[in-house]
Design a protein around this ligand. Structure first.
Ligand code: GLY
Ligand code: MN
Ligand code: MN
Length: 437
């Protein structure tokens, strides 16, 4: 990554902040059990502004400060600790490799922070995410206040940094789109491998292993969220992650899995037959979901309200449910009364970026916001038919979702994940070919 991109982000943020000071910690290391820690992942906001990958670090932006505007607090180099736990950039590395104007040992933050806050009217920070850090900020503000008699002014306001920063993160720039393409392409290859490797008698976790192996081979550090590999009726559990059941001949397999690449997520769902061939009812429902997904993607374009693509999906799903006899009544009334909800109980998508459910407001002053070039969102309609009274048993336990990652462009949209097959004929062809091999 080009360090200039991060410098540009910091400058844009400082411009939006005016005279205030921004203070942002990264995520703490989390204990897993005993002496074992979870593998470390930095805080998305912190990483977006710094690209600094180490725990125990805090970024400060102090616009106009003569000794330097970008200050990084981080761990010092330590030969013994580095032999045990890995390399550290240290104070010099923070300046030379990560572009900080000044860096200080994290252990000194308590004494330095109040000085940095003096005579700044606002402190921009993230409250509520890391409670220990919230207390540090309040402690620092109090210290400046206690010094007021010697002429220092303490900040009068603590402002939510997310408000400004998350609007920046919502619009992806070229360098971010490049990383998202990479995450998307690794993930699409993994879904293809999963289709190739699925057979009746294999277990969900074995297909998960194939997927995640492809993620890692492609250079992804880990999945962007726990992979959902749900055979048969498990597909009707939206966040199923046990992945421990055998895959049965005649069932569908729903896989919702995406790779993370340099802290950017992909989020793909594909649903396909375990034996490579859709049954009549499976195909009928699948075609409805696919048509609704395509209609929703077509509604992703600049200046269109965000709700349009959800409405497009709901319209096609409702028509399909009527055609198949799963709903009866007048179309518009069924839509208005949300009659589809027993079969489609989630929304059609979400922002995607460094977080799989990425930051950014969905509404502005209570109105659905208009799409803009650079936004990335998922398009993921589905139908889930749990057994219920009045529903023909031929539909029972069929769960289908189809999910792609779509970039809003200047002229319309680009599907970043279209390499993962989703047409019935393409899936059946791919799986037939595999069986023959
Ligand atoms: N994989 C989480 C979601 O689709 O929202
Ligand atoms: Mn998903
Ligand atoms: Mn999603």
């Amino acid at each position: 990554m080009d360090p200039l991109n991060f410098q540009r982000r910091r400058q844009e943020l400082m411009h939006l902040m005016g005279e205030g000071i921004a203070i942002l910690p990264t995520a703490p290391h989390q204990s897993r059990n005993g002496d074992v820690l979870f593998q470390y992942r930095p805080d998305s906001d912190f990483y977006y502004l710094t690209h600094f990958p180490e725990p125990e670090s805090t970024m400060v932006l102090a616009p106009g400060r003569p000794e330097g505007e970008y200050i990084l607090f981080c761990r010092e180099k330590d030969q013994l600790k580095e032999i045990w736990d890995g390399r550290r950039a240290g104070i010099e590395g923070a300046v030379n490799s990560y572009g900080a104007d000044q860096a200080f040992p994290i252990d000194e933050i308590e004494t330095i922070l109040p000085k940095l806050m003096e005579n700044r009217d606002k402190v921009y920070t993230i409250m509520g995410r890391y409670p220990e850090f919230d207390s540090e900020i309040i402690h620092a503000v109090t210290q400046v206040r206690n010094k007021q008699r010697s002429g220092a002014t303490a900040p009068g306001e603590i402002v939510d940094l997310g408000h400004v920063l998350h609007e920046m993160r919502l619009i992806k720039k070229k360098d971010e789109i490049k990383l998202m393409r990479q995450a998307a392409s690794i993930s699409a290859a993994a879904h293809i491998r999963a289709m190739e490797q699925t057979r009746p008698g294999r277990y969900e976790y074995q297909v998960q292993a194939e997927l995640e192996c492809e993620f890692r081979l492609g250079g992804s550090e880990w999945p962007a969220y726990p992979s959902i590999v749900a055979g048969g009726e498990n597909a009707c559990i939206l966040h199923y992650t046990e992945n421990n059941c055998v895959l049965n001949d005649g069932d569908l397999l729903l896989i919702d899995a995406g790779a993370e690449y340099d802290c950017y997520a992909a989020d793909i769902t594909r649903t396909f037959p375990v034996n490579g061939q859709f049954s009549g009812p499976q195909k009928a429902l699948y075609e409805v979901v696919l048509a609704s997904q395509k209609a929703a993607i077509d509604a992703v374009a600049p200046d269109r309200p965000l709700i349009d693509y959800h409405d497009a999906a709901v319209g096609v799903l409702t028509d399909g449910l009527i055609d198949l006899g799963l709903l009866s009544g007048e179309r518009n009334e069924l839509i208005e009364t949300h009659a589809y909800q027993p079969f489609y109980m989630h929304r059609t998508g979400h922002w995607l970026g460094m977080d799989v459910h990425d930051v950014g407001d969905y509404k502005i002053e209570d109105e659905w916001r208009l799409l803009e070039p650079g936004m990335v969102l998922t398009v993921e309609p589905g139908l889930y038919i749990s057994p219920r009274e009045g529903v023909d048993s031929k539909w029972h336990n069929i769960g289908i979702r189809i999910e792609d990652d779509v970039l809003v462009t200047r002229t319309g949209n680009e599907n970043l994940t279209d390499k993962a097959p989703k047409e019935v004929a393409d899936i059946e062809h791919l799986m037939r070919h595999e069986k023959a091999a």
